[in-house]
Design a protein around this ligand. Structure first.
Ligand code: F6R
Length: 610
């Protein structure tokens, strides 16, 4: 949801900022812009369209060199997608330039006041209010720090800001409230960005800003303040990412690279969370205290993470005997919460910055409930605000469509359910060890499924012209069907819908005709027979069945036009194995339809708006 970056140092700022923007492009890509500070004042170049458009414009018509600037890649909230609405936004008299990630809720009221005072607005954005307010307050107070603090206190909403001030060529100002901002500390240079990936090429030493903090970043100093202006001491952390994690390497797209990273992600989590065929998550007494003796778990999450939560419900109920409800964060956080202290809230998120999920977490905390987070990104807001965090260790996920993070979430939930079941005496030592020994073969099994790549691409070639697709699954693979449908629709724009297979006969069966690809996820499981019956209902009405089934399954093969065979694994692991061909299917359908799967229209990776 918009990426911002600011730099002051000794390098060519344009190059640092445009590289930074490319790393942040996953956060939004409908327009981009850059502002540099020159002796003559602030100069801005901005363009609707992807960052490529901005870079081409800078190549054709270069800006003068500078070592200080700010930049932005936009996911539009207020105002249409056009050059004028792109950031940065410069104040009326050119004193300040601002880039902004977030939404200013009271921008209309502030705009009215500023207009009454004679300010004229060029764009339809909420952000232009910030630059003009800064200018107005600076002229009023004659003091920069005072003007910045007054301005941020007047703003309501969520905002991460990077600001240039025309009168100081050794200063970029950063502000954080409810939108992420990280400061990277270099030698004679410092950088601020929405995500450490934009900082990684320059330094691994970072400071994560908290809400209601301001930073004055200079070439050789960095000073943090709260919104009252009190100085704050911050802890310096070392990033443990590699730069290659944020590069495509030999793959044409991040989505494909990340699908192919899944065996490694599974292996990393086995390494982290398993010793001698036993999960060790609950060896931590804090987590054990959080999980034991709960009469109810409520999982709150969005999108793909919500689907992982649905698998989690199945796992925790079936194996650990805990009643679980799964809620969309956007629904959970704005409703009366009926729960007692025996309810544990679990927030699942790849980014740890999804605004809806943060709201859900805060809603739970406000009611005195404990929150366990299952999060991929360390130091994210959700990780920091929860009572306990289990990291999913998938590494940086850049592709807008979540793939490896999903598999990691499901794997962690599986480990948790099995370990909890064991601690509660619901499964024996032998049963636990048997399961974990199977889990250890998952990296190899997923590797094998990836070798079906060309076969899945061939199937994609048969369906990519369809306008609709349906995904069916039952039991533990009902969420797999939902996730398969989400992947397909978001990256290829083909309308796709996931149903619980048993629900077909209650309505959706009417949609089936000989044009409709129906992707049935039916590996060997306790609901196999029932799903075979549902598949017959589809096949006998002419539906084109594409099935994800266990190797050697002749019965499903007979009623399927195309088959994707996955290795035989215990039912509990089928969501991990059967989602992989569906991710590949979505990827190849997108490619065949000419869509860039890393940057589907209207979407952004980290959804920091409500
Ligand atoms: C879909 C996708 C989104 C995210 C959702 C939640 O492929 O990536 O649906 O899953 O926006 O994001 P996180 O997990 O970062 O909270």
């Amino acid at each position: 949801m918009c990426g911002i970056v600011g730099y002051v140092g000794h390098k060519d700022a344009e190059s640092v900022l445009t590289v930074g923007l490319q790393k942040l492009e996953y956060r939004g890509y409908d327009s981009a812009g850059i502002a540099l500070l020159l002796p003559s004042g602030i100069i801005v170049r901005k363009k609707a369209g992807k960052i490529r458009e901005l870079i081409s414009s800078l190549e054709e018509d270069p800006l003068p060199k500078s070592t200080i600037g700010i930049a932005h890649t936009r996911w539009a909230t207020h105002g249409g997608v056009c050059d004028v609405n792109a950031h940065p936004h410069v104040s009326q008299d050119g004193l300040f330039a601002v880039v902004h990630n977030g939404i200013i809720d009271n921008f209309s009221a502030l705009k009215e006041v500023l207009e009454e005072e004679g300010y004229e607005f060029r764009s339809e954005t909420d952000t232009e209010v910030i630059s003009n307010l800064l200018e107005r307050n600076y002229k009023l107070l004659g003091d920069l720090k005072g003007a910045v603090l007054k301005t941020v206190r007047e703003l309501k909403g969520s905002f991460a800001l990077a600001v240039l001030f025309r009168e100081d060529d050794d200063l970029v100002i950063g502000v954080r409230k409810d939108s992420p901002l990280v400061v990277g500390l270099g030698e004679g240079e410092n950088i601020i960005a929405s995500d450490p990936v934009a900082i990684l090429p320059h330094t691994k030493r970072v400071v994560y800003m908290e809400d209601e903090e301001v930073v004055f970043v200079r070439r050789n100093s960095v000073d943090f303040y709260d919104f009252e202006g009190n100085p704050i001491q911050k802890e310096v952390k070392i990033l443990d990412y590699n730069e290659e994690d944020a590069e495509k390497g030999p793959y044409p797209h991040f989505m494909l690279k990340e699908i192919y990273e899944q065996p490694r992600v599974l292996a990393v989590n086995l390494d982290m969370y398993v010793r001698d065929n036993r999960p060790v998550l609950l060896k931590d007494l804090n987590l054990r205290r959080l999980l034991l003796n709960r009469s109810r778990v409520v999982i709150e999450a969005a999108g793909t993470s919500y689907h992982a939560g649905l698998v989690g419900k199945y796992l925790l109920e079936t194996y650990a005997g805990v009643p679980v409800e799964v809620e969309y964060s956007s629904e959970f956080s704005h409703r009366r919460l009926v729960a007692d202290s025996k309810t544990l809230v679990v927030a699942i998120s790849q980014s740890g910055e999804t605004a809806d999920t943060i709201d859900g977490l805060r809603h739970a905390k406000k009611h005195g409930l404990d929150v366990l987070a299952i999060v991929n990104r360390p130091e994210s807001t959700i990780a920091r605000e929860s009572d306990y965090v289990i990291y999913t260790n998938a590494g940086i996920e850049v592709g807008v469509a979540s793939t490896k993070a999903y598999i990691a979430q499901v794997q962690v939930l599986t480990l948790l359910a099995l370990e909890l079941a064991h601690v509660k005496g619901l499964i024996t030592d032998d049963e636990l060890e048997y399961m974990i020994s199977h889990m250890k073969s998952l990296p190899r099994i997923v590797e094998k499924v990836l070798s079906l790549d060309a076969h899945v691409e061939h199937i994609a070639g048969k369906i990519f012209r369809s306008t609709n697709a349906m995904f069916l699954g039952r039991g533990i693979n009902y969420p797999t069907a939902l996730e398969g449908a989400l992947k397909l629709k978001e990256v290829s724009y083909m309308h796709a819908i996931g149903y619980a297979a048993g629900e077909m006969k209650h309505g959706p069966l009417a949609l089936v005709d000989d044009n409709l690809p129906v992707i049935v996820v039916n590996p060997k499981s306790s609901v196999y027979e029932l799903t075979v019956s549902s598949t017959h209902e589809v096949a006998s009405r002419g539906g084109r069945v594409i099935s994800v089934i266990t190797e050697g399954d002749r019965r499903m093969a007979e009623i399927s036009e195309y088959k994707i065979h996955i290795p035989d694994v215990p039912e509990i692991f089928t969501p991990i194995v059967s989602i992989v061909p569906l991710q590949l299917l979505a990827y190849y359908v997108a490619i065949l339809r000419g869509v860039d799967p890393d940057k589907p229209r209207n979407l952004a990776k980290s959804v920091t708006v409500r």
